[in-house]
Design a protein around this ligand. Structure first.
Ligand code: P53
Length: 483
C-alpha cells in the first residue's frame, strides 16, 4: 500500500533536557528536571513523575549524595549534534522537532542580555538542519522552566512569568526566524495538571491541600495559555509570513470500558477534562463551561481577567499538534489499571502493552485524528508517537527491532486511512529518531530510537551511535512510501 500524501512531513522529535547534556556549559542553569536522580526501577508500570521532596531536589545542587542526574548528561547532543543531524538526514527525515532550553538563553530568567553562547549553540544546530534540507519545528518549553525562575518567582503560578517567557520568545524570533518553520510555545501543555514540577516549575510539596494544589496548577496553566497567545501575537508580527504556530497536548484517547451508559458518561467527562479542554481553549479561544463546572465542584479557584479572554480569542493556534502513544479505558469503577507512567487509565483486554504498560493502539490514532478534525477543522500534526523498549546491541552492532518497525508501520497505515477519511494531517515526528533519556522514568534503557546510543542508565558507555534495523526500514519507506 502506498502512502497517499506526497507533501507529508516525516521526521523525528526530541527535547533539550533529554538529549543535550552539558548542563552548565555557557552559563546554563539547572531546571527541576535536572534535579531528579535516576533511581533503580522497581516497577516499570508505576507512576514515575515526581517522587522527590523539595529538600531532596535542592540538595542535588551540591550533590553530596553523589547520585546520577541523567538529564544533566542526556546523550551529549550538545557536542555530537553534527553527527546526529547527519544521521537524521541519512534516514530521510524531512522535518526535525527539537526544543530550545530557556535556561541556555536566559540562565537567570531576567538577565539583561540573552546568553551569546546559548544563541550560538542553537544557531549552529539550526544551520546544520537547514544545510541538511530538514524543516524545523521548535518547542520553546519542553518541561524545562529554569530553576532560577522557580526560586525567584515561584514558577508559572506567578503571573509575572508570562512576561519573562514572552521576552525569551522574542529573542528566539529575532535570532532564528529565518531558520524555523513551525513554533510550539509549549510541549504537552496539559502536563501542568499532572505534575506542577514538570509542567510549571512549581514544587509539588509546596501545597497543603488538594484544592490549593489544583487551583495553583490551573492558575499556572492559565498563565501558560496567556503566554502562548501572547507569543503567537508577537510571532505573527516578527516572523516571516509562512511561519505557523501550534499547540501541543499529551493526547490519551480513552474508550468507555463497556456500553453501560454510566461508564460512557464517565468517559465523556474524562475526555473533556483531560483532553478536549486543552485544545478547546487554544483552538476555539474560549474556556468551555464543563471546566467551570468541574472547578466549582472541586473547589478550584482560578483568576482569569477580561483582557486574558480577549487575548485567547484573538490568538488561536494555526495548527494542532499532539503526542499519541497509547489509549486507555474509563469506567466509574476500574478493576484493572493500565500505566501511562504519569497517569493511570483502565486496561483494555483487546490491546497489548509495552513493558511500561503503555497500551498499543494504532486504530486509536485514526479515531483520534477523525475526532480532532471534526471538532476543530484545523490542520493536525502528530508531534510524538513511538515505542519504548529494553534493547541491547547484538554481535553485528545493531538491534533487530522488528517490534518498532511494526509499531511505526501500523500507525503510519492508520494515518493514511485518516487522510482517506478526509482529515487534514500534514506531518509526523516519531519519538524518537535516536535513543534519549526518558522523561518519566529517567532511564536511558527505555529506548525509542531508530539509532542506538551506547550509554546505560548511569551514563556509562562510549556514547557512540549505531543504526537499528528500523533505521533502514524508515529510510526505505521515505524512498518508496510503501507500507
Ligand atoms: P517517556 C506520558 C504520557 C504521554 C506522553 O515518555 C508523555 C508522558 C511523559 O512521560 O510525554 C512525552 O520518556 C514527552 C516526552 C517523553 C515522551 O512522551 O516517559 O513529551 O518528553 O519523552 C515519552 O517514555
Amino acid at each position: 500500500m502506498k502512502f497517499i500524501k506526497d507533501d507529508f512531513l516525516w521526521g523525528g522529535a526530541t527535547a533539550a533536557s533529554q538529549i543535550e547534556g552539558a548542563y552548565d556549559a555557557g552559563g546554563k542553569t539547572l531546571t527541576l528536571l535536572e534535579m531528579k536522580p535516576f533511581l533503580p526501577i522497581k516497577d516499570r508500570t508505576a507512576i514515575h513523575f515526581g517522587g522527590q521532596t523539595k529538600e531532596e531536589m535542592l540538595e542535588s545542587i551540591e550533590n553530596k549524595k553523589n547520585l546520577h542526574y541523567p538529564k544533566r548528561f542526556g546523550i551529549d547532543f550538545y557536542h555530537r549534534y553534527k553527527e546526529d543531524i547527519a544521521l537524521f538526514k541519512e534516514a530521510g527525515m524531512n522535518v526535525y522537532r527539537m526544543s530550545i532550553a530557556w535556561s541556555r538563553i536566559f540562565p537567570n530568567g531576567d538577565d539583561k542580555e540573552p546568553s551569546k553562547e546559548g544563541i550560538a549553540f542553537y544557531r549552529n544546530v539550526l544551520t546544520e538542519c537547514k544545510k541538511a534540507g530538514i524543516k524545523v519545528m521548535v518547542t520553546m518549553h519542553h518541561f524545562d522552566t529554569p530553576y532560577e525562575i522557580t526560586k525567584k518567582w515561584g514558577g508559572w503560578k506567578n503571573r509575572e512569568v508570562i512576561d519573562l517567557f514572552v521576552r525569551y520568545a522574542k529573542v528566539l524570533f529575532k535570532e532564528f526566524d529565518e531558520m524555523v518553520d513551525y513554533w510550539l510555545p509549549f510541549n504537552e501543555i496539559n502536563v501542568a495538571i499532572w505534575s506542577t514540577e514538570v509542567g510549571l516549575g512549581v514544587f509539588e510539596s509546596d501545597f497543603n491541600s488538594k484544592s490549593e494544589r489544583n487551583s495553583a496548577a490551573y492558575q499556572g496553566l492559565h498563565h501558560q495559555f496567556v503566554a502562548q497567545a501572547k507569543v503567537i501575537e508577537l510571532g505573527k508580527k516578527m516572523c516571516k509570513l509562512q511561519t505557523q504556530f501550534g499547540c501541543m497536548v499529551a493526547n490519551i484517547t480513552t474508550y468507555s470500558l463497556d456500553c453501560n451508559p454510566i461508564n460512557e458518561m464517565e468517559n465523556l467527562k474524562s475526555q473533556q477534562i483531560s483532553r478536549w479542554f486543552f485544545y478547546d481553549v487554544v483552538a476555539k479561544g474560549e474556556y468551555p463551561n464543563y471546566i467551570k463546572r468541574n472547578w466549582k465542584e472541586n473547589d478550584i479557584n482560578v483568576n482569569i481577567d477580561e483582557q486574558d479572554l480577549k487575548l485567547l480569542k484573538n490568538n488561536t493556534v494555526d495548527f494542532i499538534s499532539f503526542s499519541y502513544y497509547m489509549s486507555a479505558t474509563v469506567a466509574v469503577e476500574l478493576s484493572q489499571k493500565a500505566s501511562g507512567n504519569v497517569s493511570m487509565g483502565g486496561k483494555n483486554p483487546f490491546l497489548k502493552a509495552t513493558e511500561w504498560g503503555w497500551q498499543i493502539d494504532p486504530i486509536g490514532l485514526r479515531i483520534t485524528l477523525n475526532q480532532m478534525w471534526d471538532r476543530y477543522q484545523k490542520p493536525l500534526f502528530i508531534a510524538e508517537n513511538g515505542i519504548g523498549v529494553l534493547e541491547t546491541l547484538n554481535d553485528q552492532n545493531t538491534v533487530e527491532d522488528n517490534y518498532r518497525i511494526e509499531y511505526l508501520s501500523e500507525h503510519f497505515k492508520q494515518i493514511n486511512e485518516a487522510i482517506k477519511d478526509g482529515v487534514d494531517v500534514f506531518g509526523y515526528t516519531m519519538w524518537t529518531p535516536i535513543d534519549v533519556v526518558s522523561a518519566s522514568t529517567n532511564e536511558m534503557s527505555k529506548r525509542y530510537g531508530m539509532i542506538y546510543v551506547d550509554y546505560d542508565d548511569y551514563h556509562n558507555g562510549t556514547g557512540n551511535r549505531f543504526k537499528k534495523k528500523s533505521f533502514e526500514w524508515f529510510q526505505n519507506f521515505m524512498k518508496t512510501k510503501e507500507l
